[in-house]
Design a protein around this ligand. Sequence first.
Ligand code: ZN
Length: 66
Amino acid sequence: MTQPTDQPALAAKPCSKCGSPGEVTKSGSNRYWVQCAKFGRNGNCSAIGQQASSRKEAIRNWNAQH
Ligand SMILES: [Zn+2]
């Protein structure tokens, strides 16, 4: 039997500009941000969230902007 997890489903919203999924990106040990799946080389969208020191915070930053 598997127990349901207590963790809230915190997920990045789709990009407000193009509708692509937001992708959580990590650099180093504690730098996280969310960027559009079509950001930069993957497409031509410029949507990117503010960096944060945790995944949760990065997703919040992105969701607040978008
Ligand atoms: Zn986008």
